[in-house]
Design a protein around this ligand. Structure first.
Ligand code: PEP
Ligand code: MG
Length: 568
């Protein structure tokens, strides 16, 4: 059987399905009949024993000194804590709660108490307590644990949805492919999947309740096809498609150490978007000249305790050191919209993409913001850092952010802590930001255009909603005009312009962007070689002509046809 989805991270995968079932079964709030109390307590004990032994198993191969091992130990101590277990038994006996409800209420109470103590260690442990509670509840409701430690090495994970935070905690070395029922091409989960080079389909309507774990599946994340129990012919086809991709990759390798330039030598800077130190480690290998966007919120989403100022200082200093003089562009936390962090207790909003996200969030959570700013300022003492801010629409937003930086500098001065000067920029990602550039540019050293959100906000089209993928793509006349206007305005102020949205990673758009006048592209970590190759075929003058032609086009299909025609 073949099911069509949308390919959001290219590649081919063959493997076995690992189905993450949707927990539709809600908690049962009915009073438990008195006659069932003993059985329910026994069921709880069995679930605890089963979960504890699975957790133990997952820690077996870890170094006992590693942080991960210590987290596992902490989970076990909590799970087997006699006082906690008797509290759970009491909730079942006295309040006649089901075991799952007892777990939810009791663990939530403990997590809240930890949060109130208000140390960064305990508040991050609070989140661990909640995750543990969720695993125990899953087990009580479905009889199954979502347990990745003994995943088959060729697992293709199939689920309704996976949040960026959940994605970041998957054992990526074992996962060969990902299929989700929901999601859009510039959703953050899609971006993470592309950076991890995991072939991924989204918007794929497969029936999770009928698909069994271990079923043989194939994934063509070029054509957007999921094959359930593929035939021999289909397997052969997938295998040869994979060989073709490998051959293309080895052709691209010649561009690794080459400059990013047109055939006649017009050069731009090519940087990469990263979310972790391990990705920074890959830069040389992928042919990027530095980091154009460090999405720092991804460090908060990897299932590890939230990093405090000291830990962040370590991370940013390590990044400076690893890059050894190459560009490092850090973006302050961009939480909100599809990047929810349950451990921060973020308020649920009706329209989170239009809500308190980016600097709107950090400016109302100043302890979190200043911990990050202080860590970055201190790390800048060891090397040059560019810092940029997400969701700045208006000069007042920018002034508020700059005022926080000044306050942090004053405090660091008083504490006699060293810090370095930063280059400052904003992510231009709303139409308002484009229109307000003239008032903001005098306060800035650079700008970076976030085409993912710029498209979402200009088109009023949720970037995670698959319905809009073809209707309102980023390669459309309105977005090209917004780009041209931003670039022109920045050039008038002699401020360099980068593009850090996913449009920069699309080789079809490279000549157009260069023709529009960008100085720099910051692309998905797997894209630099393709982008270098795409630009190497062009003369600069032809890029400019293409940009002018593109600006005259009024239809999405014509624009795409023009780019395809010119790049073939
Ligand atoms: C963007 O919006 O284009 C961008 C680069 O930021 P993010 O995708 O993280 O929202
Ligand atoms: Mg954005």
């Amino acid at each position: 059987m073949i099911i069509k989805g949308i390919a959001v991270s290219a590649g081919i995968a063959l493997g076995q399905a690992k189905v993450l079932k949707v927990l539709d079964n809600k908690l049962d709030y009915h009073l438990l009949p008195l006659s069932q109390i003993k059985d329910e307590q026994a069921r709880l004990d069995q679930a605890i024993t089963k979960l504890a032994s699975q957790i133990r198993l997952s820690g077996q191969h870890l170094d006992p000194h590693s942080e991960h091992y210590q987290l596992i130990e902490a989970d076990l101590i909590l799970l087997e804590d006699e006082e906690l277990v008797s509290e759970l038994h009491e909730a079942i006996a006295k309040q006649q709660f089901s075991a799952a409800l007892a777990v939810e209420r009791t663990f939530a109470k403990h997590a809240q108490a930890m949060r109130e103590i208000n140390t960064s260690y305990l508040s991050s442990r609070a989140q661990d307590v909640l995750s543990l509670s969720q695993r125990l509840i899953n087990l009580l409701l479905t009889g199954e644990c979502v347990e990745f430690s003994h995943l088959h090495d060729h697992a293709i994970v199939i689920a309704k949805d996976i949040t960026p935070a959940e994605f970041a905690s998957l054992p990526l070395d074992k996962i060969k492919g990902l299929v989700l029922q929901t999601g859009g091409i510039t959703s953050h989960t899609a971006i993470l999947a592309r950076s991890a080079a995991i072939p991924t389909l989204m918007s794929c309507p497969c029936d999770l309740n009928r698909l069994l774990d271990g079923t043989k599946v194939g994934l063509n994340a070029l054509t957007g096809e999921l094959f359930i129990e593929p035939t021999e012919d289909q397997v052969a086809e997938l295998t040869s498609a994979r060989q073709r991709i490998e051959a293309q990759k080895s052709l691209l390798a010649q561009f690794k150490d080459k400059a990013t330039q047109t055939a006649d030598g017009h050069r731009i800077t090519l940087l990469a978007n990263v979310g972790s130190l391990s990705e920074i480690n890959l830069l040389n290998e992928v042919g990027a000249e530095g980091v154009g966007l460090f999405r720092t919120e991804f460090m908060f989403m990897n299932g590890q305790p939230l990093p405090d100022e000291e830990q962040q200082y370590q991370i940013y200093s390590d990044a400076v050191q690893l890059l050894d003089g190459k560009v490092l562009t850090i973006r302050t936390l961009d939480l909100g919209a599809d990047k929810d962090l349950p451990e921060l207790g973020m308020t649920k909003e009706e329209n989170p993409a239009l809500g308190v996200r980016g600097v709107r969030y950090t400016l109302t959570h100043l302890a979190l913001f200043s911990a990050q700013l202080r860590a970055i300022l201190r790390a800048a003492n060891h090397g040059h850092i560019r810092l940029m801010f997400p969701m700045v629409n208006q000069v007042e937003d920018l002034e508020a952010v700059l005022a926080q930086i000044e306050l942090c500098k004053q405090a660091l001065n008083e504490e006699e802590q060293g810090y370095g000067e930063l280059e400052l920029g904003i992510v231009v990602e709303t139409p308002a930001a484009v229109l307000n550039l003239p008032s903001m540019l005098p306060l800035l050293n650079f700008i970076s255009i976030g085409t993912n959100d710029l498209t979402q906000y200009a088109m009023a089209a949720d970037r995670t909603n698959p319905y809009f993928i073809d209707k309102y793509p980023v390669l459309s006349p309105a977005i090209i005009k917004l780009l041209a206007q931003s670039i022109r305005c920045a050039q008038e102020h002699k401020i360099p312009v980068s593009i850090c949205g996913e449009l920069g990673s699309n080789p079809l758009a490279t000549a157009l962007l260069v023709g529009l006048g960008v100085d720099e592209l910051s692309v998905n970590i797997n894209a630099p070689l393709e982008i270098k190759q795409a630009l190497s075929h062009w003369q600069y003058e032809d890029c400019v002509t293409l940009a002018n032609q593109a600006l005259a086009v009024t239809r999405i299909d014509e624009l795409n046809a023009l780019l395809r025609r010119c790049s073939s």
